[in-house]
Structures are given as structure tokens and as C-alpha cells.
Design a protein around this ligand. Structure first.
Ligand SMILES: [Zn+2]
Length: 328
């Protein structure tokens, strides 16, 4: 059973970041240090959420590019009314749908910085906050050594090409070959529905702007302790990332789990899933496995910071939020 290490957020910040410029002069101590609130120039109530845990020698920081509310009828397998009812019963119903966060994860081992996913970058909902989140950590995008994109949907790769530029010029870029092939195939693009066209367009741009793109063929290590897990289903080359050291581990599962509907059922989908049979097959395999392993999971669209466990509770799967900051 992986354990979260005891690590208050402030303890992991470079000292220079604890000054008044970042935190508006607020005093950081004890529990108040568990989340950073960066008052930005845009709005006095705007904050930059950050959450940090240790996995062995790795520091993993959850960042978020923002959020969008997905209409209740975007979940094939259930009616809009059923999804709304489920959201109401979980006290998470929003006026216009199910709130999806867009979480990214920065993995650092003291030498390298690896970013898992880069967000929607304003292409959907209230997004585009990842650069601010990196700034809050004192990082520029050219200080990222590698980016792993879990699949080529716009909400996971948009930040690569914001403004028509290569935004991570020093980074190695890793994407599963099956997704690169699928999302750059003109025949697949012309047969796809409107709501997937942005992803096809972005994929073409990513391939053009990132000559260092390394297509991944199967499960492999990216650096020691950081490896690719095949989670095909949501898209053909949908992957997860396992971070493992010193008997602790975390698996970033991207879009294996959506809020409100998962992991309680596997026969409910998200609109963007073109192959529901494959998506269901992977969730049918993965949810029980994650529950029996007690795997600590990071999930893109779950409420920030997206950390939790899949728990089998009298035969019913449910999501249990991880106590990400206060465990010994
Ligand atoms: Zn997604």
C-alpha cells in the first residue's frame, strides 16, 4: 500500500518563493501552508492551486490548467437526467453540467523535471492557467526537461502549442505511437465529429512544432522510476504514468476516471470516446486491479488535486480522496 509522505507544501518550496511577492505577505505556518494561494493581478480572488506529495525520492506537484462544466448529456450510457441526478446526490451538481478539472502533474527528482500533460490552454472552459501555476513554482516552460502527453485530446496537449509556438523548447516529448498515428490520419479526421476536430488540428501542429517527439511503443521506462502504463481504451494510445521509488508509487491514469460517473460503473462514457467497447474493457480491467493493489491514483479530471484511491466497497467501486498532505 503506497504511503503519502508527510510534506507540507511550504517545506518543498524554494525559500525565495516564500516572500511577500508570491503570497501577498500572508504568513505561512502549520496547516495554512498546505496550499498556496497566489493573489494574481487579474482578480483579488483568483488563486493558483498547488499540491505536493513525495513518492520516494520524487516530488510530485499537482497543478491545474483550470476547469470546464461538461453538459449532463455528454455521458453516453446514461441519460442527461440520470447523470444530473447522480451529481445532485453527490452534492456536485453545477448549473451547466459536471465540473471537470484539468490537472497536470510535475515530477521532479532533483535533476529532471517531467510534466505529465499540459492542459487545454483556453481551448475549452476556464483554462489556460498552467503557465501561472508553473510561475508560482518559480519555473519557466523552458526549464521542463520532458513532457509526457497521455493522449491527444485537446485538453491534454493544448498547452504544447498555445499561440502556435513550441512552448516547451527544451523538452523531450513523449506520446504513444497509436495516438500519434490516429490523430494525424486524414481519413480518421474527415470521418470524425465536429467536437473532435480541434484535437485533430492540434495533433498535426504538435507533430510539426515538436521534432523531438518520441513516439512510445508499449510500456517502458522514461527515466528510472518513471514508466509508461498502457491504458488503451479512452483513445487508441491512451497511457498512464507510474512514478515509483522506495516502496512508494503513484499512477497518473489520465482519463480512466471521470467525476460523478466513475468508478461506480464502467458502462458509462464520455462523449469524446470513439470506441466505447475498448474504453469499457480497460475500465473493467483497471478498476478492480487498482482497488486490490491499493494504488495511489492521480486523475486529470477529478476534483483538485485529483489524488485518491479506487476502493471496492461491498462489491461497489467508489473513489476515496487521498489525504495528500497530512499522512505520516
Ligand atoms: Zn481529458
Amino acid at each position: 500500500m503506497p504511503q503519502l509522505s508527510r510534506r507540507a507544501f511550504a517545506a518543498a518550496l524554494p525559500l525565495g518563493l516564500l516572500g511577500g511577492s508570491l503570497l501577498g505577505g500572508a504568513t505561512i505556518e502549520g496547516a495554512s501552508a498546505l496550499a498556496a494561494t497566489q493573489v494574481t493581478a487579474k482578480s483579488p480572488v483568483s488563486v493558483t492551486p498547488l499540491a505536493q506529495i513525495r513518492i520516494g525520492r520524487f516530488t510530485v506537484t499537482a497543478l491545474t490548467d483550470g476547469y470546464a462544466d461538461m453538459p449532463y448529456d455528454y455521458f453516453p450510457g446514461r441519460t442527461g437526467a440520470e447523470v444530473e441526478q447522480a451529481a445532485i446526490s453527490q452534492f456536485t451538481a453545477r448549473q451547466t453540467g459536471v465540473r471537470f478539472l484539468f490537472n497536470q502533474y510535475l515530477v521532479e527528482d532533483g535533476e529532471r523535471r517531467i510534466l505529465i500533460d499540459v492542459g487545454a490552454a483556453g481551448s475549452i472552459g476556464q483554462t489556460g492557467q498552467l503557465p501561472d501555476a508553473l510561475n508560482a513554482l518559480g519555473l519557466r516552460r523552458d526549464q521542463i526537461d520532458a513532457v509526457i502527453v497521455t493522449h491527444m485530446h485537446q485538453d491534454h496537449m493544448g498547452g504544447l502549442i498555445l499561440g502556435g509556438k513550441n512552448n516547451f523548447p527544451k523538452a523531450e516529448l513523449y506520446i504513444d505511437r497509436r495516438d500519434v498515428t490516429h490523430w494525424t490520419d486524414p481519413a480518421k479526421r474527415s470521418g470524425a465529429p465536429d467536437y473532435l476536430q480541434t484535437s485533430f488540428k492540434m495533433a498535426e501542429e504538435v507533430v510539426r512544432l515538436y521534432p523531438k517527439l518520441q513516439a512510445i511503443d508499449g510500456e517502458r521506462e522514461i527515466v528510472p522510476g518513471v514508466s509508461i502504463v498502457d491504458l488503451t481504451g479512452h483513445t487508441p494510445g491512451h497511457i498512464g504514468v507510474r512514478v515509483e521509488d522506495g516502496g512508494q508509487s503513484l499512477i497518473m491514469v489520465s482519463d480512466m476516471i471521470f467525476p460523478v460517473v466513475h468508478p461506480g460503473a464502467t458502462d458509462v462514457f464520455f462523449l469524446f470516446e470513439q470506441d466505447p467497447t475498448a474504453a469499457k474493457a480497460m475500465r473493467d480491467r483497471f478498476f478492480p486491479r487498482a482497488a486490490s493493489e491499493g494504488a495511489l491514483i492521480a486523475a486529470t479530471h477529478m476534483p483538485f488535486p485529483g489524488l485518491g484511491h479506487i476502493v471496492a466497497d461491498r462489491g461497489q467501486m467508489r473513489w476515496e480522496v487521498a489525504d495528500w498532505a497530512l499522512q505520516d
